[in-house]
Design a protein. Structure first.
Length: 744
C-alpha cells in the first residue's frame, strides 16, 4: 500500500538551510530546515520544486517516522513566502534563483535598504543606484532577476490556490512557463490535454475555483473528450454517439442538446470525428429508425484509418520471391529442419507464408503456432531475405527468441521508439529493412501499435501475424486480431488440432476444453500438471493459495515461490483480489525489506504499471527491487537488465506477487495459481479463464468454487469492443487521405 500524506495535516513556515538530496528533473528533494526565528530545525522531504537554499517557504504535510532516517516532515505543498527581516532577505537575495546578485551584493543591498529591500527592487528599482557600485546596467539585471522570480512565484501561488500540489504545479510550469497563469485562467481544461497526470476531474475542480459555469462550452467539450478517453480505456475506438453521451451526461449532469452542441464544436475543431456506417440503424427516441453514429478521438481514428489502409495494401500485394513451383521444395527444407513431416493446416500455412504478403496464424496452445514460425524460417533457406522477429512484450520476445534461436525484439525496439518525440523512428518514410516481419502474441496488438507496425513494413515486404484470438484482447483500445480475421480480407490459418507431444499436457487439453465451453477437470494424481482444488469460502481459498505458493509447489517441484510461481487473480479488490493477495504473500516472502519509498521494499517483486519510454520499461514488465536508494534512484532488475529508477518514478511500480490476468498477457510462468470465487463475479469470463490457464508452462492450479469456474466457462459474451476497423477493411467506410502518423 502506497503511503499518502493528507493535505492540511500540518503547516510550517521555515527557511531552507541546505539540501541533503535534490532531483531537479522531478522536483523531489530532502532539505534541512530552520524555523524563521532559528530556534527549531527539522528535515523536510517531498516535492520542493522551485525552492532554493536560503528561501522562506510555507509547507503543508505531516510528520512521519522513517525506519532509516528518523522523523521527517513529508511535504504535500511548498509555497514560497517573501522573507521578513534583514537576515532572511539577505539569504533570499543570495539564493541561486536570484541570478546576478550573490552573497556580497545581497549584503550591500540589505545594509542600505534594510527591511525595505524587496519593496525597493520591485516598486522603485531606480533607487538601487543609491548603493555604491550599482549603475543602470546592474539595476536592470537585478530588476530582471526579481521579475523572473516574481512571475514563477505568482504562478506557484496561483496554482496552489486552485488546489494543485507542488509536483503538479512544476509540471504545469514546465509546460507553459511564463504563460502558466494566463493559459490556466483562460481554459483550465486544456491541462487534461497538455499535462501528464492531470485528468478531467482535477481540471474541473480548478475550473470551479475560477468561476467556470457548469454549462461552459469548455467544460462540456472536456467532458466529452474525457468520456471518449474512458471508453477507449475499455477498448473502444469508436463507441456510438449515444454511449458517449450516456457517460458524459452522468459526468456533467446536462442534457443531450448541450452535449450534441459541444460534440459539434469538437468536430469542427478537428479533435473528434463522427462517422456513420452506411446501412447501420438504431431506433431513435420517437421509435423511428435512425442512422447509427460513432464518435472517436482524432488520434485513434487516424490510427485506425491508417491501419486499415496498410492492411488492405498488404493483403493486395503480390509476392513473387518464391515461385509457386518452388514451394514444394521449400517445404522439404522445413521438414528436414523440423525433423518430421508437416501436413494439413500447418503445411498450407507455411506455404502461404512464402507466397502472401499478409498471413494470420491463430490457434490455442499445442496446435503448432511455433512450429509454423520455425518451419517458415527453415523454408526460406540460407539465401532468405532478412527476417525480423518481434512481440509486444519483452517476455514474449524472449520466448520467441528461445523457440527460433534468433534475435527477437519488442515492437518498440523494432520500430525504434524515440522518447524525445514520443514516436517511432521507423515508419512509412523510414521502413524496416526486413523483407519479412513475424510478430508473435499479436492478440496483444492494440490499434495504435498495430498501425505503427504496418506503416513500417517496406514496399513489397511481408507480415506474418501469430497469436491466439481466443485470449483476452489487447490492454489498449481496439480488437485488431479479431477484426482482421472476421474481415476475411487476408489468408488465415486457424489451427485446431492438438499435436501428440502437447496431448501429454493436461494444461493444454483442459485449456482447449474451456475454449470449447467445457468445465476443466483437474488431475487426479500427483503426476499431473493441472489441478482444481475446491474451496468454498474466501478465507479457505486464501489460506490454500498461500499454502500452495509458499510450501507445496516449492517443496514438490523445487520452484522459487517469488520468481517461478505467479498468482493470477481476476481483479484488484476483495479478499481474493491482487491487493489482499500481495499483502499476504509479501508478509512471508519479504517481511523485513528496507523501505525505498511509495510503500515498496528492497527485495519486492514488482510490476510496471505504465509505459516508461525514458527507462525503456513497459506496462506489465515484472522485476525485482535489488538495492537501496543511491543518489535519488533505486535499482530494479528486469530479466538481465538493471534499471535505475528515480524516486519520482516509483509510483509506477506495484508489488507483483499477485497480478491480474490482464497484466499477464504475453507472459508465461513455470507455475500459475488462480483463485476463482463468486466475489469475482463481474470478471468471470471464458477468455479470462482460458488466458490464465495458458500462462502456465509446467503447473497450473485453480483454487475456488466450482460454480465460479462453471460461470466463467459459460460466460462467452465478454464486452464487445466498438471499433470500425472491420468496416474499414471491407471498404464500407469512405476514408479521407491518411495523414502524418500520430505519435504512439
Amino acid at each position: 500500500m502506497h503511503e499518502r500524506v493528507r493535505r492540511g495535516d500540518e503547516t510550517r513556515t521555515g527557511v531552507v538551510d541546505s539540501f541533503i538530496f535534490r532531483n531537479d528533473e522531478s522536483g523531489f528533494a530532502i532539505a534541512r530546515m530552520s524555523s524563521v526565528d532559528g530556534l527549531q530545525q527539522w528535515v523536510a522531504k517531498g516535492p520542493l520544486w522551485g525552492i532554493e537554499a536560503g528561501e522562506t517557504v510555507a509547507l503543508s504535510g505531516a510528520e512521519q517516522d522513517d525506519a532509516r532516517w528518523g522523523r521527517q516532515f513529508v511535504v504535500q505543498t511548498a509555497r514560497p513566502v517573501l522573507p521578513v527581516g534583514p537576515a532572511a532577505i539577505r539569504r533570499y537575495l543570495a539564493s541561486a534563483k536570484m541570478t546576478g546578485i550573490g552573497p556580497r551584493m545581497a549584503e550591500r543591498l540589505v545594509d542600505h535598504f534594510g527591511a525595505e529591500t524587496l519593496d525597493v527592487i520591485r516598486q522603485s528599482p531606480e533607487r538601487l543606484r543609491e548603493v555604491p557600485g550599482i549603475g543602470r546596467r546592474k539595476q536592470e539585471e537585478l530588476t530582471a532577476a526579481m521579475g523572473r522570480r516574481q512571475v514563477q512565484e505568482e504562478a506557484q501561488l496561483f496554482l496552489y490556490d486552485l488546489g494543485v500540489g507542488t509536483a503538479m504545479a512544476r509540471r504545469i510550469w514546465q509546460r507553459y512557463g511564463d504563460d502558466s497563469v494566463r493559459k490556466v485562467r483562460a481554459d483550465p481544461y486544456r491541462l487534461a490535454r497538455d499535462v501528464d497526470g492531470v485528468g478531467f476531474r482535477t481540471a474541473d475542480q480548478m475550473a470551479a475555483h475560477l468561476g467556470f459555469a457548469p454549462t461552459a462550452p469548455e467544460r462540456l467539450q472536456a467532458g466529452i473528450v474525457f468520456a471518449l478517453d474512458q471508453l477507449a480505456r475499455q477498448g473502444h475506438t469508436a463507441p456510438t454517439e449515444d454511449e458517449v453521451h450516456d457517460v458524459a451526461s452522468r459526468l456533467l449532469d446536462c442534457g443531450q442538446a448541450l452535449l450534441r452542441a459541444a460534440a459539434n464544436g469538437l468536430i469542427d475543431a478537428g479533435r473528434i470525428v463522427r462517422e456513420v456506417v452506411p446501412g447501420s440503424h438504431d431506433v431513435s427516441g420517437d421509435g423511428e429508425p435512425a442512422q447509427l453514429a460513432h464518435l472517436g478521438l482524432i488520434g485513434l481514428v487516424t490510427a485506425e484509418r491508417r491501419l486499415a489502409a496498410d492492411l488492405r495494401r498488404l493483403a493486395a500485394t503480390v509476392v513473387d520471391d518464391v515461385p509457386a513451383e518452388a514451394v514444394a521444395g521449400r517445404l522439404e527444407l522445413a521438414e528436414a529442419a523440423l525433423g518430421f513431416a508437416v501436413e494439413g493446416t500447418q503445411r498450407s500455412a507455411i506455404g502461404a507464408a512464402l507466397r502472401r504478403a499478409l498471413l494470420v496464424v491463430t490457434g490455442g496452445p499445442g496446435t503448432g503456432k511455433t512450429t509454423i514460425v520455425q518451419g517458415v524460417l527453415a523454408a526460406l533457406g540460407s539465401d532468405a531475405p532478412e527476417v525480423a522477429l518481434a512481440a509486444p512484450t519483452g517476455r514474449a520476445a524472449h520466448r520467441l527468441a528461445e523457440a527460433t534461436g534468433r534475435e527477437a525484439k519488442t515492437l518498440h525496439r523494432l520500430l525504434e521508439f524515440d522518447p524525445r518525440t514520443m514516436g517511432f523512428s521507423r515508419g512509412a518514410d523510414n521502413p524496416l529493412d526486413a523483407a519479412l516481419v513475424i510478430v508473435d502474441e499479436c492478440s496483444m496488438l492494440d490499434t495504435r501499435l498495430a498501425a505503427a507496425l504496418c506503416a513500417a513494413i517496406r514496399p513489397g515486404g511481408r507480415l506474418l501475424l501469430v497469436g491466439d484470438v481466443d485470449q483476452l484482447p489487447s490492454v489498449g483500445p481496439g480488437a485488431v486480431l479479431d477484426d482482421l480475421i472476421r474481415s476475411r480480407i487476408c489468408a488465415v490459418a486457424r489451427l485446431d488440432r492438438i499435436y501428440r507431444q502437447a496431448e501429454a499436457s493436461s494444461i493444454v487439453v483442459q485449456a482447449h476444453a474451456v475454449r470449447n465451453g467445457q468445465v476443466p477437470e483437474g488431475s487426479t494424481t500427483e503426476t499431473g500438471d493441472f489441478f482444481v482444488i475446491v474451496r468454498h469460502s474466501p478465507e479457505e481459498a486464501l489460506a490454500t493459495v498461500l499454502e500452495i505458493v509458499l510450501r507445496r509447489l516449492p517443496r514438490r517441484y523445487g520452484l522459487d515461490p517469488a520468481h517461478d510461481i505467479q498468482v493470477l487473480a481476476p481483479m484488484h479488490r476483495g479478499s481474493l483480489g491482487t491487493e489482499a493477495l500481495n499483502e499476504a504473500l509479501r508478509a512471508t516472502l519479504n517481511p523485513d525489506g528496507d523501505q525505498v519509498g511509495s510503500g515498496l521494499r528492497i527485495g519486492d517483486k514488482v510490476i510496471q504499471g505504465r509505459n516508461n519510454y525514458d527507462l525503456e520499461v513497459f506496462n506489465g514488465d515484472i522485476g525485482r527491487i535489488v538495492g537501496k536508494v543511491v543518489e535519488g534512484a533505486v535499482p530494479v532488475r528486469f530479466g538481465e537488465r538493471t534499471v535505475s529508477y528515480p524516486i519520482s518514478s516509483l509510483d509506477d511500480l506495484q508489488t507483483a506477487y499477485a497480478i491480474t490476468v490482464h497484466k499477464a498477457q504475453g507472459s508465461e510462468y513455470p507455475a500459475v495459481v488462480v483463485p476463482l470465487h463468486d466475489q469475482h463475479y463481474a470478471m468471470l469470463q471464458r477468455n479470462l479463464l482460458y488466458t490464465a490457464m495458458t500462462r502456465g508452462r509446467r503447473i497450473v492450479v485453480i483454487v475456488g468454487e466450482p460454480r465460479a469456474i462453471a460461470r466463467a466457462v459459460r460466460n462467452d459474451a465478454p464486452l464487445v469492443r466498438r471499433t470500425l476497423l472491420g468496416h474499414r477493411l471491407r471498404g464500407e467506410l469512405p476514408e479521407p487521405p491518411t495523414s502524418t502518423p500520430e505519435p504512439a
